[in-house]
Design a protein around this ligand. Structure first.
Ligand SMILES: *Cc1c(COP(=O)(O)O)cnc(C)c1O
Length: 490
């Protein structure tokens, strides 16, 4: 009776599995039809119900599934819902969900060794390079997200600039400095921190009038650092900034990096895949010259979390950054320990899941062209939202809409508009109508809608604006400090 963990009778598990699958497919279908609130606050009882102590004995899987349905599903963030427009979240797909099930069933470990799942990851990496026009011989791996991908890029660039000794000695005293636009994502300074360079070694370069990295300011910063005896080594440009969707002048940065012998990195977390849209692709020109590119499949490509990707043009540079020789990980010429280099030679993880399967299935089932059409759709919905905002006297746009991100605010009302707009976004969340997020543009608190979910339509953004105006109207009737939640609690 003390054998393994498999059940004596598989029928019960099979029946439960079929029920789970039906329920989750029903849920996706309902979200496709915009059913239910996007998000709802978690009542204290529901939160408490999840805080259990370690179960020492067994629990019936059916009871665990009931708990999942009762206490987790209703209080998920809602990014599968078409009116989720906060941050930059993908919407997921049914095929992606099924692929996750298959990957878990296989329980593959893609750290290394000789098996088909690794071949599939290599295929996905080659597809990724093809999508953006980098050489298909580029190396790369799938990672959690662009935060990890950007960190890997900084580590590879650091090793390439400082030589092999940096891996043993650390960076101390080398004076390595890098550059990114002032609107770069927070994971770039974090990568500098984690790489031992320090956030102080990352120069946040001022933006031009279009909120893109200013080439004049970049050239000046590099020159100033060289004159001070420092060693510039990398420029991290962004293709699709998180605040406004601006695309840094990639071609100019590529040329500048070539001339100055700097590593040209691109953070294309969501924007890189806009290369699949024939209409947007010309605006990403230069991305194909990147020494390294970080991006996500879990944003615009709608692959379920998590699914990030790092591509490095010079595969040797990537291997030189991470490869180790460890006795128990010996690589052989045949048998299960063949097929080097392994993915664990290309990043910090040893054990790795089978992310490649859900990416492979999602991309192949729709086709890359359809993915490009989705990008165009999102941008069209964003333009519709912008025109709606321009037509409403209560509202103003705070940044040009260049891709899929719309920053705006309610511009009427007494007192502190920053506070008012922040409160209105919370009202909107609690109303269940829509979930945008916020940012700060030129010192002003902005409501920020990022259209990423493939389910979001013009109708959804109209409903968001209608809901917002209704909430703004109510707010001005009540006193300034009122807690709007009580009006909209479900
Ligand atoms: C989302 C995002 C990141 C971080 O990516 P994660 O997948 O969340 O780690 C980095 N840069 C930009 C521009 C992003 O939009």
């Amino acid at each position: 009776m003390m054998a393994g963990l498999d059940p004596d009778d598989w029928q019960g598990l099979r029946a439960l599995g079929h029920r789970m699958l039906d329920d989750m497919i029903d849920r996706l279908a309902a979200h496709g039809a915009s059913a239910g609130p996007v998000w709802r606050p978690m009542p204290p009882e529901a939160r408490q119900a999840l805080r259990t102590t370690l179960p020492r004995g067994p629990t019936d899987p059916a009871a665990l599934y009931e708990a999942f349905q009762a206490q987790v599903v209703p209080y998920a963030l809602g990014n599968t819902h078409p009116r989720f427009m906060g941050w930059v979240h993908g919407g997921g797909t049914g095929i992606g969900m099924l692929a996750e099930l298959l990957a878990a069933g296989l329980n593959a470990n893609l750290g290394g060794r000789d098996h088909a799942p690794i071949e599939l990851e290599r295929t996905v990496i080659a597809w990724a390079a093809e999508m953006v026009g980098m050489p298909v011989t580029s190396s790369g791996i799938l990672v959690t997200g662009s935060s990890m991908a950007n960190m890997i890029a900084v580590l590879v660039a650091r090793r390439a600039a400082a030589g092999p000794a940096v891996r043993a000695e650390g960076v101390g005293g080398r004076g390595l400095v890098g550059y990114a636009g002032a609107s770069a994502h927070g994971c770039i300074p974090r990568a500098f921190d984690l790489a031992g360079l320090g956030t102080g070694a990352l120069r946040m370069v001022p933006l031009d009038a279009d909120r893109r990295l200013s080439m004049a300011a970049l050239a000046e910063a590099v020159q100033r650092d060289r004159a001070a005896g420092l060693t510039p080594f990398l420029v991290a440009a962004t293709a699709g900034t998180v605040d406004t969707g601006a695309i840094d002048p990639l071609e100019a940065v590529a040329a500048f990096c070539a001339e100055q012998r700097l590593w040209f990195h691109v953070d294309g977390a969501f924007g890189a895949l806009a290369a699949l849209s024939p209409t947007i692709r010309p605006r990403l020109r230069g991305i194909e010259r990147a020494d390294s590119l970080a991006f996500d499949f879990h944003k615009w490509a709608q692959v379920p979390y998590d699914a990030g990707c790092i591509l490095v043009r010079d595969g040797q540079a990537q291997a030189d950054t991470f490869a180790q020789t460890l006795a128990y990980l010996s690589r052989e010429d045949r048998g299960a320990a063949a097929n080097a280099p392994w993915p664990c030679d290309l990043g910090p993880d040893l054990s790795r899941g089978f992310r490649a399967l859900k990416i492979w299935m999602t991309i192949a089932s729709y086709g890359a062209d359809r993915m490009g059409e989705l990008v165009d759709r999102s941008c069209a919905v964003a333009r519709h939202l912008a025109s709606r905002i321009e037509a409403e006297p209560f509202l103003e746009l705070l940044a040009p809409v260049t891709l899929n991100i719309v920053c705006f605010r309610v511009c009427q009302g007494d007192g502190d508009l920053d506070h008012l707009n922040g409160e209105l976004v919370k009202d909107l969340h609690e109303s269940g109508i829509a979930v945008p997020s916020t940012t700060v543009i030129d010192g002003k608190r902005a409501i920020r809608a990022a259209i990423v979910n493939h389910r979001t339509t013009e109708h959804d953004v109209d409903l968001m604006i209608d809901g917002l105006l209704e909430l703004a109207r109510k707010r001005r009737i009540v006193t300034e400090s009122a807690d709007s939640a009580r009006y909209f609690r479900r």
